[in-house]
Write a protein that binds this ligand. Structure first.
Ligand SMILES: [Zn+2]
Length: 302
């Protein structure tokens, strides 16, 4: 399967680096389908705003992505060459930025009992994954420490997110835009955040090694990526992947073509894009001989 994958991708002509795109601009297009869409949400609320989506929209997006044959991947799948993705599926990563309380909220019952608000992001995702176990295993919550992550009960919620099979990413200590501070000060935003994770998660915090840049961008030409790659936390690389918000879809090759390609992984803000628009883009990864319907038999099954 892995060999087949690399054969298919390897022989399709590749284009060079695409320019970064501003919010709302047309996506990076290319003549091959090898992109890995990474989408991001912020708040999930009933009040629509420039940076939020409603619970109904999130549920609808999940259904549309599932119906279109997507399979949820996590950052370690990118490290593993996407080898875990079923033959007939295409990868997508879903991320939530900032750690808003509406991403993980408990509702208090009389008598001291608590249950998870069914309209918060993690409950919506968990319910959908339970009902569609072939959709993949989880999503990424990028947490910043400029406010109390997930509102209250941070320690309990961070641990629960990992127990549920989701991934936690670093979104900085103070949420300062990385275009506004020099690379020499990046560590002030990366390392203290990892220390904060460690206070809540103990040894489990060593799993946190992907970073979403506050403000969604890093400057070019100032060694921003190599600065990120050089940071260590307790003997381990502090950051092995960096995520932008640039409205683009990174191609598999663009992520891997240089040692530092993984520090510039594109993401699409879903407050600005819709899944139907995303599905019209030609560069999202799809097998040329994908089954027309997910309910058809696998092609090699005797
Ligand atoms: Zn943010």
């Amino acid at each position: 399967m892995t060999v087949l994958f690399f054969l298919l991708v390897g022989f399709i002509p590749m284009t060079g680096n695409a320019p970064e795109l501003v919010h709302g601009a047309a996506p990076e297009m290319s003549d091959y389908a090898s992109g890995i869409p990474v989408i991001t949400y912020h708040q999930i609320t009933h009040h629509e705003s420039a940076y939020s989506a409603t619970p109904a929209k999130l549920r609808d997006d999940l259904q549309r992505l599932y119906d279109a044959g997507f399979f949820l991947i996590l950052p370690d799948d990118i490290e593993n060459g996407l080898s875990r993705i079923p033959f007939d599926r295409r990868p997508i990563m879903i991320t939530f930025d900032d750690g808003w309380e509406d991403n993980f909220r408990y509702i208090d019952m009389t008598g001291g009992e608590q249950y998870i608000d069914p309209d918060c992001a993690v409950a919506i995702v968990n319910t959908f994954i339970e009902e569609h176990p072939d959709f993949g295993r989880g999503v990424v919550f990028f947490i910043s420490w400029d406010k109390v992550p997930f509102g209250i009960q941070t320690e309990e919620k961070l641990n629960a997110v990992l127990d549920m099979g989701h991934c936690i990413g670093n979104h900085s200590a103070d949420h300062l835009a990385f275009t506004k501070i020099p690379p020499s000060r990046y560590w002030e935003q990366v390392i203290p955040a990892l220390n904060s994770f460690q206070r809540k998660l103990g040894l489990r915090a060593s799993e946190i090694n992907v970073f979403a840049y506050p403000g969604g961008r890093i400057p070019r030409g100032v060694n921003a990526e190599s600065t990120m790659a050089s940071m260590e936390h307790q003997g381990r690389p502090a950051v092995i992947q960096g995520y932008l918000v640039d409205g683009a879809v990174s191609s598999f090759k663009r992520i891997y073509e240089s040692e530092l390609g993984e520090y510039r992984i594109s993401r699409i803000d879903m407050a600005l894009y819709s899944v139907p628009r995303l599905l019209n883009w030609s560069n999202i990864m799809v097998e040329s001989n994908a089954r027309p319907s997910l309910h058809d038999d696998l092609p090699w099954r005797p």
